[in-house]
Design a protein around this ligand. Structure first.
Ligand code: GDP
Ligand code: MG
Length: 441
């Protein structure tokens, strides 16, 4: 996918005269790639029509970086599709809200309910889980198990067969207990059936949720639009969560879900575990959709900014799969030294959301400098180890003392390191170009 887009863009930049034919060829390639990523045909067609209007052929002929202009235009259009234009209801801490989850069986509702509860619990909320799935055998046990693990109160029944009654009782119980985030998990069916939608309508009518979240599996493909629309027609879907983004699917169906429900994507699921859950961030998502978030695209870009042969050892180490704190330190040095590289990094999944949010570059720089001060208080052993267990409490306390920072700040930095390790581990096995062979990349 990334390959075909790069090729298309490459063709553009090689063409000396930009004419309509070349632009069309390029857009055709991009269309194919987006369809492969499960973006709905109609959305792709509308987007390319828009691009043709936006991209001024005369400007392109005169300008230097045609490739960038086309790329940016496609990128912006896709971001726009993901923005429904209005924010969704946001629950307020301390004020009771009811959030209902809907989606087909297997989409990841029950797992996502727990992730959503756990995410808020960590931020000081009092969440609670209600199992209104009486259809799937073992549904209550599954929710109970998840909830117990996360120490979140739960409600359900082994004997009651009416999901509406359970939902109402559960919501009432937790309202009395002053829970501020009451999450109602519902049943799904393998197929979209009238009975399911009628059940969702009744549960919603009885519990009056402040927010209904539609959960979709990232791999559902072209079916996403109809599915999302069907749910929207029976309940007031206000937000979307895309699950299983850790798999191969690029999740292009999310664009359809946004279009069908006119609701934003708010989180993505990136694994089976409770903490594999991220706030949705448009740019890395679109990068991935276009195949730009992968490492080949990254290497292309980084090459334009930093001559790679300036840091051969670093690349060597990364290709061996060792992402140490020292490497992170060196990366931070690079980020601070070269402005543009920050932009390169922010295109990658994981980098932009937390480390370097857009519009807050100053703060991000301060944070990076703070991290580096803390790392200055580390021993060589700590900097060069790739064993996370090495960082014992006493070491963390020593580092905090030595750098004049708080223990929680050191821990925050270690979390950041862990997060980046996960991302950078993808560099393993990367082919490192020899000096002077950069174009072979
Ligand atoms: P439900 O039928 O909609 O309630 O779906 P479940 O929550 O039971 O999830 C179905 C399967 O998908 C389970 O095996 C989950 O562990 C798995 N699952 C859910 N979310 C994710 C995710 O983000 N990544 C991965 N890899 N698996 C997930
Ligand atoms: Mg379930």
């Amino acid at each position: 996918l990334g390959g075909s887009i790069s090729r298309a863009l490459q063709q553009m930049s090689n063409a000396t005269i930009i004419d309509e034919k070349v632009l069309n060829e390029c857009l055709n390639e991009i269309t194919r790639a987006l369809l492969q990523a499960d973006v709905q045909f109609k959305l792709v067609r509308d987007m390319t029509t828009n691009i043709k209007k936006i991209v001024n052929l005369d400007d392109l002929a005169a300008g230097h970086n045609k490739r960038r202009i086309i790329q940016q235009a496609v990128f912006n259009e896709l971001c726009k599709i993901l923005d429904p234009g209005k924010p969704c209801f946001t629950p307020k801490k301390g004020k009771p809200s009811v959030v209902m989850f809907v989606g087909l069986q297997g989409s990841g509702k029950t797992t996502t309910c727990t992730k959503y509860a756990y995410y808020h619990q960590k931020k000081g909320w009092k969440p609670a889980l209600v199992c209104a799935d009486t259809f799937r055998a073992g549904a209550f046990d599954q929710l109970k198990q998840n909830a117990t693990k996360a120490k979140i109160p739960f409600y359900g029944s082994y004997t009651e067969s009416d999901p509406v009654k359970i939902a109402v009782d559960g919501v009432e119980t937790f309202k009395k207990e002053n829970c501020d985030l009451i999450i109602v998990d519902t049943s799904g069916r393998h197929k979209q059936e009238a009975a399911l939608f009628e059940e969702m309508r009744q549960v919603a009518e009885a519990t009056k949720p402040d927010l209904v979240i539609f959960v979709m599996d990232s791999s559902i493909g072209q079916a996403a639009f109809d599915q999302a629309q069907a749910f929207k027609q029976s309940v007031a879907v206000g937000a979307v969560i895309v699950t299983k983004m850790d798999g191969h699917a690029k999740g292009g169906g999310a664009l359809s879900a946004v279009a069908a429900t006119k609701s934003p994507v708010i989180f993505i699921g990136t694994g089976e575990h409770m903490d594999e859950f991220e706030v949705f961030d448009v740019k890395p998502f679109v990068s991935r959709l276009l195949g730009m978030g992968d490492w080949s695209g990254f290497m292309d870009k980084i090459q334009e900014v930093v001559p790679m042969d300036q840091q051969p050892e670093l690349l060597q180490k990364l290709s061996e799969g060792h992402f140490t704190l020292r490497i992170m330190y060196e990366q931070f040095q690079n980020i601070l030294k070269m402005g543009p590289i920050g932009q390169v990094f922010s295109m990658l999944p994981g980098f932009s959301a937390e480390l370097m949010p857009k519009g807050r570059e100053k703060e991000s720089q301060a944070k990076i400098k703070r991290y580096m001060t803390m790392m200055d208080s580390m021993t060589n052993e700590e900097l060069d180890s790739s064993n996370p267990k090495l960082m014992t409490d006493s070491r963390i306390m020593r580092i905090a003392r030595g750098s004049g920072r708080q223990v929680h700040e050191v821990m925050e930095m270690m979390e950041e390191y862990k997060r980046l390790t996960k991302i950078w581990s993808k560099m393993k096995g990367l082919k490192i170009p020899k000096k002077g062979q950069m174009s072979a990349l």
